[in-house]
Each structure stands twice: as structure tokens, then as C-alpha cells.
Design a protein. Structure first.
Length: 320
């Protein structure tokens, strides 16, 4: 496999990751200039799944501080709307009041928080600009006599289950409402960020890993080629025929999960080298549902830009 000699990597060893494989590997040495950072920075979208609300993209040309800053902003600094206050008037179900309100508070609210203002913590007055209000009033009752659940004439109950149409809450198992039980409440949604409470976090997952790189140090053929392929996930090693014999070649290296299986094989461990590219990150972001994942990434970068501007203005104010 041909590799770029200028790409700096961490070499994966059997029980550790070596950071001393190249000059200036320790953070703080030979840092790029701002111009080099801007010219080298790239984002490449690999896949977007609109159904599952997730995105995978590559971020190249930056160090761990910037990659981790974007991850942390995605988790805790992009504003969303969530149920933060509940006025519970009646609950005769088997679910305790605090459990019921806690579950309702964790329901994702599918609304764009950018069109709302943040509500002051000491302001009890709700307005259309800072609050969304829901009401839930359901009671398990008998359906009209002509409605039956099945052929054996079993009576059907209305609101036996508090479904998604009733504030998006679906009870499970014994938590169904029984005949005569009732829930009545008001729920108020406010704008906030995940740093305040996890229910305001717009993402279910925001993670990254270094892009793997696999080098074959010598030609591996025959049974060894198939043995090598078994050490990695499907697609990492391809078997091709050259001059009548089967040869192992590197396929899709990004599927490598650094299991180190090949390094435990005495016959193969000296024939391959697994590395992690130092400034190439594979990001996976899954939205909680309210905001599309690609928009979340854009918002995170905008927030990071604003933080940088604020930091620079504070430095200028110091006049050092």
C-alpha cells in the first residue's frame, strides 16, 4: 500500500499507542501556523442518514483541542427546547408523580430553538417568545358500547395507554392506565443548553476517533493472506490474484477498530503496521431528533468561532 510519507501517525503497538514515531509528536512542538491550519483544514461528509438522524464525516488538518471542542459543544452548548417545568394537578396511576414528570421531561421537543429567547431563571411569566406550553389530560374510560376490541365482546377502554398523541408518552407493561385512572398536567418548555441539564442536549451521540492506516511491510500471499484477512473486519483486507497466486492488499482501512488481533499473531505481527493518522478524525453525530445532524455540526462550528472571537477580544483588552 502506498502511503504519504508526510502524514504523521501514531503507531499502534500490542499494548499501547506510541507517540514517539516522528519528530514533534508531543503536543506543543512544531505547531502549524494559523495560515497552515486554515489551508489544511477540511471537512468531508461521508454519509447522512435522514431517517436515523445521524451523520458521519471526516475532519482533517486539526489537532485534538479543536476536534474535542467541537464534540463538547455538540453535547452541551447548542440550545434546544425541553420540558423544564410541570404543573401536575392529578395523577391517579401507579406511576409515582416524580417518575411521571421525570419521563415527560425527557421527551425530545421537535422545534427550532433559534426562534425562541432564553428565559430568565427568576422570571415566572411565560410568553410566546420564550415558552411552549403543553397540556395533558387523559382518563381511562370505557368506550361507547358499540366499540369492541375483538370478537369475544371484550370492552375497549379509551386512554388505557397514554399514547404519542397525548404529549408523546407511551407507557410500558404494567404502567398502563387502568379504568378510572387519570393524568392531568401542564408542561412548559424552555430554551437552554446541555451543560445545564442533559435533556437539553441536542445529540444522542457525538464521538470521534482517529482515522486508522494499515501498511503491509512485505508481500503476504497464500494461506497467510487469508489468515491476515481474518484478523480484521470484512473489507479491510482484499485478496487479489497476481501471477497465479493470491496476494493480500489493503482495502477500506477506516473499518479498522484497532482490535490488535493481528499483533497477537506471531506469524503476521512483524509484516504489518497499524497506525492512527494524527490529524484525521472520523466523527459520528446522532441527533436527538429536533435538529438535523448536519445543522448541528454547523451550529457547533459557529459557536466555536464566537468563542474564539470573544477570547481574542479579551486578549486585546489586556493590552499585553
Amino acid at each position: 500500500m502506498k502511503t504519504d510519507p508526510d502524514v504523521k501517525t501514531y503507531k499502534l503497538k500490542q499494548f499501547s499507542v506510541s507517540t514517539g514515531e516522528f519528530e514533534g509528536s508531543e503536543y506543543g512542538e512544531n505547531l502549524p501556523t494559523v495560515k497552515e491550519l486554515i489551508e489544511g483544514f477540511q471537512i468531508q461528509i461521508i454519509s447522512v442518514n435522514e431517517l436515523n438522524k445521524d451523520i458521519e464525516f471526516d475532519m482533517k488538518g486539526v489537532g485534538p483541542p479543536i476536534a474535542n471542542a467541537i464534540r463538547r459543544i455538540l453535547l452541551s452548548e447548542i440550545p434546544t427546547m425541553a420540558i423544564d417545568k410541570i404543573e401536575l394537578y392529578n395523577n391517579t396511576t401507579v406511576i409515582p408523580d416524580e417518575v411521571l414528570t421525570h419521563r415527560i421531561g425527557l421527551i425530545p421537543i421537535n422545534v427550532d430553538a433559534r426562534v425562541f429567547f432564553s428565559k430568565s431563571s427568576d422570571d415566572d411569566y411565560a410568553t410566546a417568545e420564550d415558552t411552549i406550553q403543553f397540556e395533558l389530560k387523559v382518563k381511562c374510560e370505557k368506550a361507547p358500547s358499540r366499540a369492541y376490541a375483538d370478537d369475544n365482546q371484550t370492552e375497549k377502554l379509551i386512554h388505557e395507554k397514554v399514547m404519542s398523541g397525548d404529549l408523546k408518552f407511551v407507557p410500558i407493561g404494567s404502567q398502563k392506565e387502568l379504568y378510572g385512572q387519570e393524568i392531568e398536567l401542564k408542561a412548559f418548555c424552555y430554551k437552554n443548553i446541555g451543560r445545564e441539564h442533559a435533556k437539553f442536549s441536542p445529540v444522542a451521540i457525538a464521538s470521534y476517533r482517529l482515522h486508522p492506516q494499515l501498511r503491509l511491510l512485505k508481500e503476504i500471499s497464500g494461506e497467510k493472506a487469508h489468515e491476515l484477512a481474518q484478523c480484521f473486519p470484512d473489507g479491510v483486507i482484499k485478496i487479489s490474484k497476481k501471477n497465479g497466486k493470491e496476494i493480500a492488499e489493503v482495502g477500506d482501512a477506516r473499518k479498522i477498530r484497532c482490535s490488535r488481533n493481528v499483533l497477537r499473531n506471531d506469524d503476521l505481527k512483524n509484516d504489518v503496521e497499524i497506525c492512527l493518522v494524527k490529524n484525521h478524525y472520523i466523527f459520528n453525530v446522532e441527533s436527538a431528533g429536533a435538529i438535523a445532524p448536519d445543522k448541528l455540526v454547523i451550529e457547533a462550528i459557529k459557536i466555536l468561532e464566537e468563542k474564539c472571537r470573544f477570547f481574542l477580544s479579551e486578549l486585546k483588552a489586556l493590552k499585553v
